[in-house]
Design a protein around this ligand. Sequence first.
Ligand code: PEP
Ligand code: MG
Length: 826
Amino acid sequence: MSGAAGRVGLVLVSHSRQLAEATRALARQMTGEAVAIACAAGAGDGGADLGTDATAIAAAIERVCGPAGAVVLMDIGGAILSAETALELIDPAIAARTRLTGGPIVEGAVAAAVRAAAGGTLDQVAAEARQALAPKAEQLGEAERPASAAVAATDAGAAAAVAATSAGAPAATVELAIADPGGLHARPAARLITRAVAFDAAITLENVTAARGPVPASSLIALASLGARRGDVLRLRATGRQAVEAVEALAALLQRDAPAAAPAAPPASCHAIPVAPGVALGPMVRLVRSIPEVPETTVDDPAAEAERLRRALDLAAQDLGSALRGTDILDAHQALLCDPALVDEAISRIERERCNAAWAFRQAIDAAAAIYRQLDDPYLRAREADVHDVGDAVVRALLGGAAAVLPDGPPAVVVTEDLTPSEAARLDAGRVLGVIDRRGGPTSHAAILLRSAGIPAVAGAAALVPDAGGARAGLDGATGEVWLDPDPETTIELQRRQAALRASRRPPGARDGRLRLACGREVELWANVAGPSDARAAREAGALGIGLLRTEMLFLDRVDEPGEDEQAELLAEIFAAFAGAPIVVRTLDAGGDKALPYLELDAETNPSLGVRGVRLSLARPALLEAQLRAILVAGRGHDIRVLVPMVSIAAEVSAVRAALERAHEALAAMGAAHRWPVATGIMVEVPSAALMAERLARQADFFSIGTNDLTQHTLAAERGHPRLHALADPAHPAVLRLVRGVVEAGHAAKRPVSVCGEAAGDPGVAPLLVGLGITRLSMCASAFDAVEDALAGASFADLSAIAEAALAVDDAAAARAARAAARRPG
Ligand code: PEP
Ligand code: MG
């Protein structure tokens, strides 16, 4: 018990002796005998009856309360009364060092014991017990505020310790993936805390994968609030005299813990999110980042420091400019570099707090990233990586350090954590066989760049733990399959897929946007486009036309509303890439979850069902008409068509048509040359529109089925939700039935019907769509090859048989089996 003497002791007061003793045993699993824990539980002889006894509690307090004090945890009702009475029975000096806490007895005892074992003060141990339900509440979605925030509040002391030692003190950081199947659960966390206390360093942990933390490594609750699961990457950071030793020892502890707790090997393969088609196989390397530690030092001359920040912004602009030249992403990055929410905020922080420029800018970046992280729309959420990319470039410009590099060696499969756009742009396609991003998603800018560079890639492969073994990796970017150290059979299969892809790759100019099925029926390949360079690449790849121009993507990072002329100029650049070809321009599909910064939208509880798409455009007629005028002016001499997003009722279509008339009349009155008339079609992406397609055909000149939203709304499964991937399946028979209905309505009314959702470019789903009668598929141009391969050799009769089979199944799992069958047409 001697080790326990200098630490805060615990007293467990319960009506039940068994409960108190079992709780003590649980706590001791975490801390051994490091903390004195006394049970004062039960009544009568030997505590055999249910009840509490003030005298026994007083004796227990006196037993465990040393100079550091004691914390008393109680169960219900009378236990509290007895404990209060006990305080009156003991020496007042001991009573003054005793805290009764309202924390839950079981969770509170475990958390408090760990904190006490780590040398926590009386107040810290009591606070730990009080907050002990927070991680549970957060995990179950019952928390009133994030547990991490609660912890931050109670652990201000530890946070201050981090801040105080970080200025100029040695710092060390390591990132490692959790291999333990139980994640960072209570026992390894407790071991980490009790070990961390031995070092003269302030230590924090952050769950990089889930973007939680950092939190101090001194609290079990704080560590639980990281929600660290198997495969998540933890960033362990220490500052202070023994920073390096601390990081090394704790990293070793976490890695050593893993096999003991997890005899099962981490998975050697998984299904990640397909990002860029292609098959890669080869040695595996990690992308090495060297972002300098940002010290929290103060400066004497804030004006000079602000000037230093401005110069760094210019340098970062040059650096990102050379990495991202020629991409559609560059504009967004440059806009962030002069965004007042970042720059003004950082400069006013320098002036207000006299902090250094890197610290000030990092704070502004973290705040902006947190806003993006909380957005509902997966596309916008993915912009968080852009914000960090810009932040890292500025910090590098201020403190030195190079952009992420690949270690020297032969071409390899690169494993990354949330690849940023500038990192993706810097990857040399000659050295990178493929990319496995353990975070990220299909709509990140990095993903878009990988697709246009033709680098096979998958994202969200968190289940794989590359540190735990695996010198080679394989991936199929079309299916999302990933393997670590693939066995000989898998290797042969991957080589076969590579050979098949090589054999089927079309040289530039080999495609005219029309694909002939074995029976002679034609299927048109159109392109989805989000900006000028996308458009040029799609034209080169042989797209027949632009099937979907997502205009909201042009102004995603703008804080001020783009003027009409500016809109027209940008549109004209895109239209020029498709001169002579049909171009479908969608009006702004913003609102609710796609909260373009300049729109200043109201917060909504359920944004994907809120004021978005056409609803927002009709609520802001000036915005809509300005856009329509820009489209008509830029469209002069081009075959443009207007597409209305998120239509749910016919009145919305007539209202947009009326707005188009007004735009035309205004331009005519000004004598401005413009395109007129224009065909006007609707996105069918809300179940009501699909079900009413026959009626809507009276107002719409064409239909374009948005399977992304249509799937989300039909299955009530948020698109991009990491846990609803299997449910949100566009090949679900419910979605296919709606598609069939729209095709029939379109044919009856002689209205062209296309599909422009991701399903059109998915080789597993496209054959089903064609089998349902779709003859126009609009997709990212990089998917053309895969879709052509999926349809090659099939006749319409083959494909309709497959589609009929897919319509006849019951659920998503069966639908996936039908998809697999669809990959083998004929
Ligand atoms: C869709 O919903 O399928 C679609 C194409 O629109 P977006 O993905 O832009 O919402
Ligand atoms: Mg949509």
